[in-house]
Design a binder for this molecule. Structure first.
Ligand code: HEM
Length: 133
């Protein structure tokens, strides 16, 4: 993403840094907690989402080009391997992306930024699939 001076602005800076990413993750798990379409997705998560809220925030900060605190704490992301213990098909992927879309609508005012984030997350979510259908 250009900043008009020939440099590039990371998605992390563009979206508004850790404060906005934290709000996005909170809104994401609030959606997962309440959306009927996400009931099965919610069910494969731990009853208490406190820790995963914290960890996904660290992950997304790093993934968007901010500080690499996620890897400092947890090592290489190996994100697909970390998800192999959960059965993820198209339905789970779609529910995950629906929660993220709703969360972006709530927390990121700029439509182009919302679009950029969702476009970048969609292939990642698809890559997480590990069962047919
Ligand atoms: C596509 C459907 C997905 C499903 C069904 C899914 C499901 C899960 C589940 C069940 C957990 C464990 C949470 C817990 O301990 O309660 C988890 C952890 C996690 N997920 Fe996902 N996930 C999906 C996609 C993604 C995507 C696209 C990302 C990244 C943008 C992501 C990032 C993470 C991270 C960072 C963790 C914590 C990993 C760690 O312990 O270091 N997930 N996910």
């Amino acid at each position: 993403m250009g900043d008009g001076t020939g440099g590039t602005v990371s998605l992390h800076d563009h979206i508004g840094g850790p404060a906005v990413i934290g709000k996005l993750v909170d809104a994401f798990y609030d959606q997962m907690d309440s959306l009927p379409e996400a009931r099965d997705l919610r069910a494969i998560h731990a009853p208490d989402l406190t820790e995963v809220r914290r960890v996904l925030t660290l992950y997304l900060i790093q993934w968007m080009g901010g500080p690499a605190d996620y890897s400092a704490e947890r090592g290489h992301p190996r994100l697909r391997a970390r998800h192999l213990g959960f059965q993820i098909g198209e339905a789970e992927r779609d529910a995950w992306l629906l929660c993220m879309k709703r969360a972006l609508d709530e927390t990121v005012p700029d439509a182009a930024t919302r679009h950029a984030v969702l476009q970048a997350l969609a292939p990642l979510a698809d890559w997480m699939r590990n069962k047919p259908g």
